[in-house]
Design a protein around this ligand. Sequence first.
Ligand SMILES: [Mn+2]
Length: 328
Amino acid sequence: MELNESEFFNQLLDYNNILYLCHRNADPDALGSAFALKEAVGGTIGVIEGCDRVASQIAGQLNIEFVNEPNGDFDLVVVVDTSTPAQLNGFPLKTYAVIDHHASTSLNEKAAFYLHRNKSSTAEIVLEVLMKTGAPIMRRTAFALISGIITDTGNFRHATSDSFKAVAELLELSGIEYSEVMDMLSSVPQDVSMRIAFLKAAQRAVIERVDDWIIVTSRVSSFGGAAASGLISIGADVVFVASKQDDIVKVSARARREAQNVGVNLAKLMEDISVKFNGTGGGHEGAAGMDVQGEMENVLDACVEYVKSLLKKNPDEKPVQEKLSQMR
Ligand SMILES: [Mn+2]
């Protein structure tokens, strides 16, 4: 059953125990929207395979509580910002509702009720719900929704006039300074030792180019995962950052979405390579890690060779920029 904004809100009020379920690797739009609904109606936020880097940062700074891989009895599951069941990793849905902005809507058919709008973010739809029902919008809610709009519009690159209006409205209602939001969304961490790890990772970077793909390896003594993400944010497509702790070599790997799209699966790579070096590894396609034994250099070489062979298997694939412009 398709509902409008106030009908959707009123339906939610009929349930006692609601789970707001975000798509896997929740982004700020999913997490922010779930948080705003939870604050207004009550319930629990659930995520699958954790949050992405920016959403984790937001959750930390705004103190947003969520449950990873939720299970248990809920009267209603509200699927947030999710267009296909696959993004829920087979989460068993019984009575559920959907609030979403994506074009494909296969989850809506079996939903008890749903609210769908062609907006550039789910956060904008949630804002409409709250405005139309007169629900109070607190500072943290506004912060979370603004973050969702900014990230889902690619820093306003794909924004509509509605996205700007929504952000203007939220700033006005909450008194938040836009620069505060920018600071939080910045890819530069606040922590000094983490920033030093980023800079050292960049200083020690070994760069390899395969066609238009850039593979980077580096070494730090701590914050390997964050440092790997940092190298992605300054231009690498695939990154491996190693640290040595006692006799264990720890490797954190990150890959840009475009590299995943042509077959780079870091979870598989870490599993395969960790076996060769008597260790264990795994994770997700775009972010994974392993603990192994051996020389740091040999381990990193093995990772790079593995990625090169994957990238060479797909010679027809277009490099990043070209692909992006075709998607628009
Ligand atoms: Mn979204």
